[in-house]
Design a protein around this ligand. Structure first.
Ligand code: HEM
Ligand SMILES: *[C@@H]1O[C@H](CO)[C@@H](O)[C@H](O)[C@H]1NC(C)=O
Ligand SMILES: CC(=O)N[C@H]1CO[C@H](CO)[C@@H](O)[C@@H]1O
Length: 471
């Protein structure tokens, strides 16, 4: 906005000049072009300006090009990705899914779980029968498939990307609802190894997963959490319908951390790309400046976690039974040899921001290749790959500027270590809550050891291991 007065002065002055000296018209046009190109990025909100800048940079560096592509394609032009949940703007063939989800959701959760396997089995079976019946009655799978085919052929005019993102979220939530059929998640459902899902939620999933480049039967942090907010920030698919405020607000606050981390993450991605570009141009002063901006931005970003992941916002009594279980998966299929292929559900370890920072700082990857391909959309994996490839931390020398940059890396590591040790303590507290209706399980790692103590020890190894690597 700061160049607006200059602009006004320029345009006011140039009117008479143009009239009086038509010969200058050509140069006026040039001037006009320059003014417009300067003006363009300064309108709109800061986020839009950053996105435009990333676009401009994409000619000059691979990292910017990959980030721009992630934002334009998977993000439908924004980050966090835009998800258009406005029901009336969806193609008619897709609308029944959302309507069925809304109709089934009130039957999903109960305040207390029954500890009786037999009655739980009956409840799950009847939920599934009703769900299946509604899908059979209302979904025209041929029409749905045609739309997905159109998107696959690049016809984004027929199936806009922001609607596609919202549909991804809707189908993922339908699948998790069918998979568990009860909140709190109960033992009998946990012990199922293969769940026979209705064809109406299998078919679209294959297209969607192919598009995003994920192979899991389970949804992921993008589909279930980040995309479950519309462009005005409203939370869409709710799973604890009709339960206490403590439960419903905990559910929403938990999802919101993931959305907010990506909102605050965009400027960090932008600065990481700019730091890489400046370093490649041996403009160390600019590089150091971008590094210090990354460090500064980490504080409010991690606060999104620190300020929400505690008992007042995400109740300890609510999270394990009423929030976490739904996002797990812990089922799969039998392959040709009769071996069980099991998919785990979601974990915070899928969050792009942390993977991108690790890659940028040259840390080894936390997730193995199989888990990444199952749960992290491929354009996000690409971003991490190029950040890793252009990570310059190991190339720093002993010059004054290099030392300054190295110090910023140290500071980033320090903040990540604080996060990782806080996360270790808080995660343990959340996971230690009583949940007699189920076997020890995390969403990301499915069923654990048979007793809680051992399970927590097993998880702690991951967290301590990562903490030690954060140097
Ligand atoms: C109360 C809820 C949470 C619990 C109980 C929890 C638990 C865990 C556990 C047990 C692990 C290690 C095993 C694994 O990799 O799956 C883990 C990893 C991780 N979690 Fe969480 N988590 C929670 C919320 C979050 C949130 C809100 C975020 C970030 C927005 C997050 C980010 C991560 C990251 C980035 C990792 C990978 C390890 C690392 O980079 O330090 N978690 N979480
Ligand atoms: C949702 O999509 C429709 C149709 O593409 C569009 O007209 C509308 O503006 C979108 N809504 C939002 C909030 O972006
Ligand atoms: C959809 C989803 O819930 N994903 C996971 C995202 O990360 C958190 C924190 O580890 C998991 O608990 C969620 O299950």
């Amino acid at each position: 906005m700061e160049d607006l007065p200059t602009l006004l002065v320029l345009s006011l002055c140039s009117v008479p000049i143009c009239l009086l000296i038509p010969l200058l018209r050509d140069s006026w046009c040039k001037l006009y072009e320059i003014i417009s190109s300067v003006r363009e990025p300064s309108f709109g909100n800061p986020t839009q300006r950053k996105i435009q800048d990333i676009d401009h940079l994409s000619d000059s560096h691979e990292t910017a090009a990959v980030l721009a592509e992630l934002i334009q394609k998977d993000g439908a032009g924004a980050w966090p990705p835009r998800a258009n949940h406005t029901h009336a703007s969806w193609p008619a063939a897709l609308r029944p899914y959302k309507e069925i989800f809304l109709e089934m959701a009130p039957h999903l959760a109960s305040a207390e779980a029954s500890l009786d396997d037999v009655s739980n089995r009956i409840r799950i079976d009847s939920f599934r029968a009703r769900f299946r019946q509604l899908l059979d009655e209302r979904v025209d799978l041929v029409k749905v498939t045609q739309l997905l085919e159109a998107a696959e052929a690049g016809r984004w005019d027929v199936f806009p990307r922001d609607v596609y993102n919202a549909f991804y979220s809707c189908i993922a939530m339908c699948r998790h609802a069918y998979r568990w059929s009860a909140i709190p998640v109960v033992r009998v459902a946990q012990l199922e190894t293969v769940v026979d899902l209705p064809v109406q939620i299998i078919e679209p999933w294959t297209y969607l997963q192919r598009h995003f480049g994920c192979t899991s039967e389970s949804g992921n942090n993008m589909s279930n959490l980040v995309l479950n907010f519309d462009s005005s920030g409203a939370y869409v698919h709710k799973i604890n319908v009709g339960l206490s405020h403590t439960i419903t607000s905990s559910e929403e606050a938990f999802s919101r951390v993931f959305h907010e981390v990506e909102t605050l993450g965009l400027p960090v991605y932008h600065d990481m790309v700019q730091a890489i570009i400046s370093f490649a141009r041996t403009d160390k002063v600019a590089c150091a400046m971008h590094m210090s901006r990354i460090t500064d931005q980490l504080r409010p970003l991690l606060s999104s976690y620190y300020d929400r992941v505690h008992d007042q916002k995400i109740a300890l009594s609510a999270w394990l039974s009423h929030v976490q279980g739904f996002y797990a998966w812990g089922a799969g299929y039998m392959d040709d040899t009769g071996a069980w292929v099991k998919f785990d559900g979601l974990s915070g370890n899928q969050v792009l921001l942390f993977q991108a920072i690790d890659a940028f700082c040259g840390l080894s990857r936390y997730l193995n290749e199989e888990t990444r391909e199952r749960n992290v959309p491929w354009r996000q994996r690409e971003l991490c790959r190029v950040l890793e490839k252009h990570s310059f931390r190991a190339e720093l020398g002993t010059s004054e500027e290099d030392v300054k940059i190295a110090k910023e890396f140290q500071e980033i590591m320090k903040r990540l270590r604080v996060f990782r040790s806080a996360h270790r303590t808080r995660a343990k507290t959340y996971l230690s809550q009583p949940a007699p209706e189920r076997l020890p399980m995390t969403a990301g790692k499915s069923l654990l050891k048979s007793d809680l103590e051992q399970s927590l020890e097993y998880l702690d190894e991951f967290m301590v291991g990562r903490l030690m690597q954060t140097v």
